[in-house]
Design a protein around this ligand. Structure first.
Ligand SMILES: Nc1ncnc2c1ncn2[C@@H]1O[C@H](COP(=O)(O)OP(=O)(O)OP(=O)(O)O)[C@@H](O)[C@H]1O
Ligand SMILES: [Mg+2]
Length: 534
């Protein structure tokens, strides 16, 4: 782009001369008879158009009755900021809300020229100040800014069909690139207002997680990264195969294996926003749909701990119970006694009560959630990823996680040696150590989450060195191993005791002696059952 422009400047001078003439004409117009004024105006306009072969298109900052900020103006502002900073002579620097860096734009009444397919195009930045002050909610809207695009009329088609399209597309892409990323959470519907976007509140998304620091098998990590990148570039592909541009991921595994960390890494890799959907505060399916419509593209919608969010399996359980009750009365007895036992256990009872309380507020059903994921509405906006996380994948309804809804199932598992090496590199800048062999053996024998390994590897004071962090990990692993061995031994002993008691059939079972724990009873019971079978 370049400032000014010979041809157009010449014509602009002619235009100004004509404008001057029009001013003189306007002065005289007051003395014209009223009936002739309309005709005079029409012919003057024709005369100007005849001599001035340029077309001008204006893009106003505020449009409509409610003076909403125009998307086109915003896109052009970004486009010009990117294309004109090198050539414009007068620039304006501003911190634009929602943008992560300082934005440089053309100053008021500045003009720049650029070429598109050999055609000269002029952009100018202008402003109007209304004479009469008007009441407004937005104090800064008194000045009405606009951009003017000027080009020769013989290029009308190219400019209106291709050039403007290109400017808007590029401007939007620049805005996405420069935007401050956001982490949203849904507000309870009591605080929604009709004319304001209050369904989601947000903070700046600043999680530092990335795939390089995520500890998991390298090939699996690469596969996930490639899948995500392919998705983000797949607009044409999804259109070609007739599928909405969205993808579902199910992340499952024990607590502390990196599910939430993986989501943050996904968002950072693709430069997406995150919508963290709290299902328990969503009243019903229609609210769920409204929330979905308000999400933007280039985002990840997450529902964490989906198994705990709403009673998605309730219906199935009821059906199962109905079936069980008609099939066998003995089963019924055992299940009811099991329920009685549960009721007796105060911890379980409290847990049940709390679960019921949290689910009571939400009437979101399984079918509502299925529609949310892949109903007609789910296609609005495009380029969205939906992620569910759970610790108990078996608890989920198969319909919810079938391929097509949750396209990729990723198991986040306990820390393997490969993952440990990555954590050691991250946390301690360590490529190898004499304790590594010992740790490899221990990791093969005992399951430990990456979160626990990470905790051991984090120096607790400035004086704590690499060696003591690794020793700490070895200590924890050995402790876990001993615990496991102890448990196994106890189980074996109990089994042997059970068998001995069964052989004697004297009725001196440990439970009768009243000395054993309930766990022991269970194991002893198992032993008895096995003996009985024999
Ligand atoms: N695979 C991993 N790679 C690197 N760090 C990890 C990994 N897994 C866990 N961590 C560390 O442990 C912490 C807890 O991990 P995270 O919250 O991602 O676990 P989670 O699987 O989401 O657990 P939950 O099921 O309880 O929500 C993280 O802050 C991170 O530092
Ligand atoms: Mg988590």
């Amino acid at each position: 782009m370049a400032t000014g422009g010979g041809d157009q400047t010449w014509w602009a001078s002619l235009g100004s001369a004509l404008a001057g003439l029009m001013f003189i004409y306007a002065m005289f117009q007051q003395y014209f008879p009223y009936e002739l004024r309309g005709h005079a105006h029409k012919y003057t306009q024709k005369l100007v158009t005849y001599f001035y072969p340029y077309i001008q298109i204006t893009f106003h900052e505020l449009t409509g009755e409610k003076l909403k900020r125009s998307d086109a103006y915003f896109a052009i502002q970004n486009y010009l900021a990117d294309h004109t900073t090198a050539t414009a002579k007068r620039l304006k620097a501003d911190v634009v809300k929602g943008s992560k860096s300082l934005v440089l734009t053309m100053d008021d009444h500045e003009q720049v020229m650029e070429e598109f397919q050999g055609i000269k195009i002029w952009w100018s930045s202008n402003k109007n100040t209304p004479k009469r002050p008007s009441f407004s909610f937005y104090p800064k809207t008194e000045e009405r800014r606009y951009y003017t695009l000027t080009f020769h009329k013989r290029y009308r088609d190219v400019i209106t069909k291709s050039y403007i399209d290109k400017v808007l597309k590029e401007g939007k892409a620049i805005a996405v690139r420069n935007r401050e990323r956001k982490l949203y959470t849904n507000n309870p519907s009591d605080s929604w207002y009709e004319y304001q976007s209050t369904k989601w509140s947000h903070v700046q998304f600043e999680h530092p997680a990335n795939f390089e620091t995520l500890a998991m098998a390298e090939n699996e990590k690469e596969a996930i990264k490639n899948d995500l990148i392919k998705f983000s570039k797949g607009k044409e592909y999804y259109t070609k195969i007739g599928k909405p541009w969205k993808r579902g991921y199910l992340l499952y595994g024990p607590p502390g294996t990196g599910k939430s960390t993986m989501i943050a890494a996904m968002a950072n890799l693709l430069d997406y926003d995150i919508y963290d959907l709290e299902l328990t505060t969503v009243k019903d399916n229609s609210e769920l749909r409204k929330l979905l419509i308000e999400t933007t593209s280039k985002s990840i919608i997450i529902i964490e701990d989906i198994d705990c969010s709403i009673d998605l399996t309730g219906q199935r359980r009821k059906e199962k119970k109905k079936y069980e009750s008609s099939s066998s009365s003995s089963d019924e007895e055992s299940s009811s006694s099991e329920e009685d036992d549960k009721k007796k256990d105060p911890v379980e009872k409290k847990k049940d009560e709390e679960e019921k309380k949290s689910k009571k507020g939400s009437k979101v059903t399984l079918s509502g959630l299925l529609n949310f994921i892949d109903g007609i509405w789910s296609a609005c906006g495009g380029e969205r990823i939906i992620v569910f996380t759970t610790n108990f994948v078996d608890k989920l309804d198969p319909a919810l996680i079938r391929r097509g809804r949750m396209d990729r199932h990723i198991e986040m598992s306990y820390c393997c040696f490969e993952a440990f090496k990555l954590l050691a590199r991250n946390y301690l800048d360590l490529e190898g150590h004499e304790l590594f062999d010992r740790i490899e053996v221990l990791l093969g024998e005992k399951e430990i989450t990456p979160a626990d390994v990470a905790e051991c590897l984090m120096p607790k004071s400035e004086r704590e060195g690499v060696e003591s962090c690794l020793r700490e990990l070895v200590k924890v692993l050995e402790k876990l191993k001993k615990k496991k061995q102890g448990k196994k031994k106890a189980e074996e002993e109990d089994e042997v005791n059970g068998e001995e008691n069964g052989d004697g059939a004297s009725g001196e079972s440990s439970s009768e002696s009243g000395e054993s724990s309930s766990e022991d009873d269970e194991v002893a019971g198992k032993g008895r059952k096995r003996n009985g079978k024999r």
